[in-house]
Ligand binder design. Structure first.
Ligand code: PMV
Length: 359
């Protein structure tokens, strides 16, 4: 990890500036659930990077006139000062300080907004922490212009991971692997890397429509959720399954086998929920409409030649995944049959994107 500690410098020369990054959310195909130490995953995971669901964050920085031993920042969310978010950012800064020793030399104003509705049940921690990490890395690049592009993105993912594990997968690439896997060269527990193999045409353009079944606050925070895997009766077997599935999906993404993709992705979603069903305390995060939607997706697949499938986050919303070639037919099916099971008939069409962008 020392590779991410910059050389000490006597005095930072950059006085002020600002930068804006747009960082998308991502949807895991092989799920991360269970961690140890400081955000080290118990198993490797892989996700599609999304495009439309994103956080846009501006970081304004100004060198302090007199040095102080505190993080000084204001935080605005969607145009309004939001002090309730400050403790999360403060603890993120504390966690990354060792790797970003220049943070206390500045005063910051952080302005953030999401492109998706705030109370949609869509987790914004991946895109939010990702966007903030990108902004911090911009400042680092100003101070240390010699850092390479490769280092810039690796460290951005490394910092994002310290904010929220899945945020490490929102930095760069359409498919991102985070966590050590024998099947993926150069994979790391410390940061995400773009999937290193040539992806089959079947998976180059993929769509994800997020069905908003329950727009309420998450019932289980990620912190609580990951902790449920400590002393969980099936934890070891689950971590093994995720490792096996990562190796399998790596082959599938290269050979284009849609049937195996569907089987594996749905198995992963249900395994994640099975872990919560069988933990102490137990959580049932699906709602009746989640099950109704799953059954209708299965019926539709049986009746047509569709390669539609679903995945789930740690909540009731359903991510409907389908190849771009089926966009028109699947979107008509969603509108005609599935929208009725969403809160206020709301859903968000998204598709696979390339990762963070500087605006
Ligand atoms: O990044 P966290 O700590 O919010 O955990 C995310 C966990 C899942 O979204 C359920 C799975 C995943 O791999 O993204």
């Amino acid at each position: 990890m020392t590779e991410f500690i910059p050389n000490a410098i006597d005095k930072v020369e950059i006085n002020e500036g600002n930068v804006t990054w747009r960082t998308p959310s991502n949807i895991a195909l092989v799920k991360y659930w269970g961690k140890e130490g400081v955000q080290i995953p118990k198993n490797p995971s892989i996700s599609f990077t999304l495009h439309n669901c994103a956080t846009i964050t501006t970081l304004e920085y100004q060198k302090k006139e007199t040095a102080s031993d505190a993080f000084e920042f204001e935080f605005y969310f969607e145009g309004k000062i939001k002090d309730s978010f400050k403790p999360k950012i403060e603890s993120f800064f504390k966690r990354i300080e060792e790797f970003c020793p220049y943070l206390k030399a500045y005063k910051f104003v952080i302005k953030s907004e999401n492109t998706f509705p705030h109370s949609s049940g869509i987790a914004s921690s991946a895109s939010g922490m990702g966007a903030l990490a990108m902004c911090v890395m911009h400042l680092e690049k100003e101070i240390y212009p010699e850092i390479s592009e490769d280092y810039f993105y690796k460290k951005a993912s490394f910092l994002a991971r310290l904010g929220s594990g899945s945020a490490s997968r929102s930095i760069k690439g359409k498919l991102v692997v985070w966590g050590e896997s024998d099947a993926i060269p150069e994979s790391s527990n410390l940061y995400g890397i773009p999937f290193p193999f040539e992806v089959h045409d079947n998976f180059k353009e993929y769509c994800d429509t997020i069905l908003l079944v329950d727009k309420g606050q998450k019932q289980v925070s990620s912190t609580v959720g990951h902790n449920l895997m400590i002393d969980h009766p099936y934890a070891e077997r689950r971590f093994q399954q995720a490792n096996e599935n990562l190796a399998k999906i790596s082959e599938i993404l290269q050979n284009g086998d849609l049937k195996s993709f569907i089987k594996l992705v749905e198995e992963e979603a249900l395994a994640l929920h099975a872990m919560m069903l069988t933990s102490t305390p137990t959580f049932i995060l699906m709602k009746p409409n989640t099950l109704e939607i799953i059954n209708r997706i299965w019926n539709y697949r049986n009746e047509t030649d569709s390669s539609i499938c679903f995945t789930l986050d740690a909540g009731a919303n359903v991510h409907v995944l389908y190849p771009k070639s089926e966009e028109a037919s699947v979107q008509a099916f969603i509108q005609n049959e599935l929208a009725a099971f969403c809160e206020k008939e709301q859903y968000i069409h998204d598709f696979v994107g390339n990762g963070s962008e500087k605006l």
